[in-house]
Design a protein around this ligand. Structure first.
Ligand code: ASP
Length: 338
């Protein structure tokens, strides 16, 4: 029996049209285009229904409450559909994918996020390809996790980052091999895919509230006062994009003291690498150990998107600072390599 997909259309370029003020979402357009495709392809088209958000959003306008809305829609329709295809703008897709992976507990069905660099209304576009491939993946394969399909790859959602503003291969998961590749054949590497959850309980949403977190990228000469400003209340968590294996300016005692004071106050400071690939290892260099001695914890090989949403997620579970610091390095949804 063919599977039934729910397409959740949140917005993004895929369904936009050009206007005098740039690309804007166009209500009803995508539904109309899908109806055309169904007429053209008849029974070859997977069975689907579409839920279009009002308003449709450019994902640059997404907030944590929009992540929650998607999670709630998946839970609400979970028993009536076999898979979920979420159409989403590319700008913040990696954040949404990371957040959903942490929020959805007990997932046994495929959830795919996709979008496009060029809208479906243009003569030349990547929207049609991503849309159709997303529907085929959702209806013919079981990938029971939150993933991102884009261009030639299917990726674990909480490992993704947008790497190009122009290429049709806009996403990568630099520290996790693809779950699938898309070419003349669609290949899904089942040995890399999460096994379906054995628990018989229903799909649950764990809380993820908007929390005061931030990211700061180190650069040679960064002033400790800048760091101090960022670390002020109400900040609860900081992703420090450090050098290489998680190193920082250890000769700058004002910088280290500022970090120490903040971590003593309970701010969780997570070190990530500015390098696209590889993992933080704070003990490797004296310049990394100095951060560790100032209370900084390792974010290992997480993306910035995963680390930021994970900080929000952990604080939203009501954990205290010590527990958040411990859990940052623990794998929750496949976001880091253990
Ligand atoms: N600004 C758009 C968005 O994120 C870009 C896109 O969809 O590619 O909604």
């Amino acid at each position: 029996m063919s599977k039934k997909i729910l397409i959740i259309h949140t917005g993004g370029t895929i369904g936009m049209k050009p206007t005098d003020s740039g690309y804007r979402p166009s209500p009803g357009f995508l539904e109309h285009q899908l109806a055309e495709l169904s007429r053209q392809w008849g029974s070859q088209m997977p069975e689907f229904e579409i839920k279009e958000y009002d308003p449709l959003l450019d994902s640059a306008n997404f907030c944590p409450r929009d992540w929650r809305r998607i999670a709630e829609d998946i839970v609400e329709h979970y028993n009536r559909y076999d898979a979920f295809l979420v159409l989403h703008g590319t700008d913040t897709m990696a954040y949404t994918a990371s957040a959903l992976a942490m929020m959805l507990r007990g997932l046994n069905k495929t959830v795919i996020l996709t979008g496009s660099q060029l809208p479906l209304c243009l003569r030349r576009n990547d929207a049609r390809e991503n849309l159709i491939t997303g529907m085929i993946l959702a209806s013919e394969y079981l990938v029971p996790e939150v993933c991102v399909l884009f261009g030639s790859v299917l990726l674990r959602g909480c490992r993704t980052t947008k790497v190009s503003a122009v290429s049709f291969d806009a996403f990568d998961s630099p520290n996790a091999r693809p779950l699938g590749t898309i070419g003349t054949h669609i290949r899904v590497f089942q040995h890399r895919v999460h096994a379906p959850e054995q628990a018989s309980g229903p799909l649950e949403i764990l809380p993820l509230e908007n929390t005061a977190v931030a990211t700061l990228r180190l650069f040679p000469g960064i002033d400790a006062r800048v760091l101090d400003n960022v670390l002020q209340t109400p900040l609860r968590g900081l992703v420090l994009e450090a050098y290489g294996t998680g190193n920082g300016p250890s000769r700058d005692t004002a910088f280290l003291n500022t970090l120490r004071q903040a971590t003593d106050r309970g701010v969780v400071v997570v070190s990530l690498s500015q390098c696209r690939q590889g993992s933080v290892s704070l003990a490797d260099y004296a310049t990394g150990r100095a951060l560790m001695d100032s209370g900084v914890v390792s974010g290992r090989d997480m993306t910035v998107e995963a680390a930021l949403t994970k900080l929000m997620f952990l604080f939203s579970q009501g954990l205290d600072t010590a527990a958040v610091r411990r859990q940052i390095g623990t794998d929750l949804a496949g976001e880091l390599t253990q």
